[in-house]
Design a protein around this ligand. Structure first.
Ligand code: NAD
Length: 571
């Protein structure tokens, strides 16, 4: 299987590829192909003479040409397809191009356009990438893992496609999500693309449009459920742990019930991470930490409402609870300072049908006996804001417009700078827009959103709106686990990641600035997060701590970046 080896000799500061490939095979290998950048000597050594135009180009010139080609496409999906094809032929050029035009290309390759690409997957399919593990071939799963293209895998992103972005069940087509996430691991955390493996578990789909589509490329059966489903996942984890015992397993876009069950089961067995639950919690908590500490406030002056107590909401509640606990608040005090609201209204100790995840955050019923209730006996958001007087309001409900003018104005009447984070995606599902929040609070609201929003013009001054994007955290978390050879990813490590991200917030130095850094800083942010996560693991595992400066250098030297590596023939 192995046709190349990436050598990163840190002591000698040498990075190169050893390969057995020559001629056309070398040109066809997306990781080794340098195209017109192969030097004269390399052309002679690798039997490439005559197979390339004679001009020898630098990576910079190649990037300029690729950008011109990219710009010829005016439809976002066509741009996505162009970039995907480029990656299939020359990954160095692909990553160099994306680095150079990061702000322009991230929305094409990641959210939101990857969502459109997934919906068109079976129609636009050209070349396969990653592994498609199907329920029909469960007994050959180990063989399918052996069939992977690259031998040394350290980073796996897996989906079963049930809960993709805001577009629900996408079956096998969701493979584009692990591909996009792994691209972000490479871009922001320097994980070598040859050490990554995107996987879709094709357990069927309940999406009728897909089942009726003659071009649909997945298994045309309804989803596995219950024991059959969990047996399949169990088998998958066992095979992965056998084939790649040290790999980091990242779960993405599973249905929320299965996601929580999978995380609860495997988090104590191996180094595993659910981005929808834990990644969201880390980035959202970091924004809250930065907003509180930036204003030099304390946790015991905070009251937090999380509106929408599903996967994201309860994940954020868990991490914020730990922040409050670390600040010295007792369990009882925390219960009176952080509340959840879901469809029945405020979740209290009297609310029936509570999920196991919600169960930890129930407001004492005796404290809200006098609060106004709706016809079903629930306490709605407006009344909770009136009585509870929150300083932080986080939306994870996908209920568009839930943060009304009256609610926001009421909140702003009792706190100088309300922290309001409408995290719901896509854009049209946001609980409020940043422009509304700023205008209703006399520009005092501290805002971070789930979807990207255009900057807001405040009296001629342009204010950028920070996005609570998980891409700011998961690359650093994965990198930190790999560097530390962590056997588990614990809550303490997630909290360390959140604090590390909060420490990079522009708001800490300028009260009018954003509570989260921009993507352009993501690589440095990933290093900081990786360092914090690794150190937290050493503490938890009672391993000797490593000097932070030394560890930071190790992390930075490990990170791959697109450059023209020298190939060396090794038979
Ligand atoms: P989920 O389905 O697990 O949770 C949504 C919750 O909202 C459910 O518990 C649901 O009952 C509740 N809800 C629905 N209607 C409500 C109402 N009228 N009042 C109160 N609660 C109501 O989904 P999730 O994975 O938690 O995602 C929720 C939203 O957060 C989505 O829009 C998602 O795109 C967004 N999200 C954002 C980020 C981010 O910003 N980084 C990350 C993850 C999720």
């Amino acid at each position: 299987m192995s046709t190349f080896k990436y050598i990163n000799n840190i002591e000698k500061n040498e990075k190169y590829y050893e390969t057995t490939l020559q001629g056309k095979q070398l040109l066809n290998h997306s990781l080794l192909n340098k195209g017109t950048a192969f030097t004269q000597q390399e052309r002679e050594d690798f039997f490439l003479l005559g197979k390339l135009p004679p001009v020898i180009e630098t990576l910079t010139v190649q990037v300029e040409r690729a950008y011109l080609q990219f710009k010829r496409y005016t439809v976002a999906l066509s741009q996505y397809i162009y970039l995907t094809r480029l990656r299939d032929t020359n990954e160095t050029l692909f990553y160099a191009l994306v680095y150079t035009y990061l702000a322009e290309m991230m929305p094409i390759l990641y959210t939101p356009i990857v969502g459109a690409a997934i919906q068109e997957f079976s129609h636009e399919f050209r070349t396969p990438r990653g592994l498609y593990l199907t329920r029909e071939n469960q007994n050959t799963m180990s063989q399918m893992l052996q069939n992977r293209t690259h031998p040394e895998i350290e980073m796996i992103v897996v989906t079963d496609g049930e809960g993709v972005l805001g577009i629900g069940d996408q079956g096998l087509c969701a493979i584009d999500i692990p591909i996009a996430k792994l691209m972000v691991y490479t871009l922001f955390a320097g994980i070598h693309p040859g050490n990554t493996l995107p996987i879709v578990l094709d357990v069927g789909t309940n999406n009728k449009n897909l089942l009726d589509d003659p071009f649909y490329l997945g298994i045309k059966k309804s989803r596995l459920q219950g024991k059959e489903y969990f047996d399949f996942v169990d088998d998958f984890v066992a095979q992965i742990r056998h084939a790649f015992p040290k790999a980091f397993i990242h779960w993405e876009d599973f249905g929320s019930k299965n996601a929580a069950a999978i995380l609860n089961k495997y988090a104590t067995q191996c180094c595993t991470f659910n981005d929808d639950i834990q990644g969201t919690a880390v980035v959202a908590s970091a924004a809250v930490i930065a907003a509180i500490e930036g204003q030099k406030l304390t946790w015991n002056s905070q009251k937090i409402i999380i509106f929408g107590a599903g996967a994201a909401g309860t994940g954020i509640a868990k991490l914020l609870t730990q922040c409050m606990h670390h600040s010295g608040l007792t369990k009882k005090e925390i219960a009176q300072r952080l509340v959840l609201i879901d469809k029945p209204g405020l979740l209290t100790t009297n609310t029936p049908d509570i999920t196991p995840e919600q169960n930890h955050y129930l407001y004492p019923a005796e404290l809200c006996e006098s609060w106004q209730t709706d016809a079903q006996g629930g306490v709605e958001l407006a009344e909770v804001v009136e009585q509870f007087k929150p300083s932080v309001l986080i939306g994870c409900s996908a209920v568009a417009g839930a943060f009304t003018q009256a609610i926001v104005k009421n909140m702003a009447s009792s706190v100088a700078r309300p922290i309001i984070m409408p995290l719901s995606n896509p854009t049209e599902r946001a609980e409020a827009t940043p422009a509304q929040l700023l205008s209703w609070t006399n520009n005092q609201a501290i805002v971070a959103t789930g979807s990207p929003f255009a900057p807001v013009n405040i009296d001629g001054k342009i204010k950028d709106i920070p996005q609570c994007n998980n891409a700011l955290v998961f690359p650093g978390i994965g990198l930190g686990c790999l560097v530390a050879k962590a056997e588990l990813l614990t809550d303490e490590m997630l909290l360390a990641a959140s604090r590390a991200l909060a420490n990079t917030a522009p708001m800490l130095n300028d009260l009018s600035a954003a509570v989260l850094p921009a993507f352009s800083q993501a690589r440095e942010v990933s290093v900081d997060i990786a360092l914090a996560v690794a150190q937290a693991w050493f503490v938890q595992a009672q391993l000797p701590k490593i000097d932070s400066k030394e560890l930071k250098t190790t992390i930075e030297q490990r990170m791959w970046e697109p450059m023209q590596y020298i190939p060396i023939y090794k038979a």
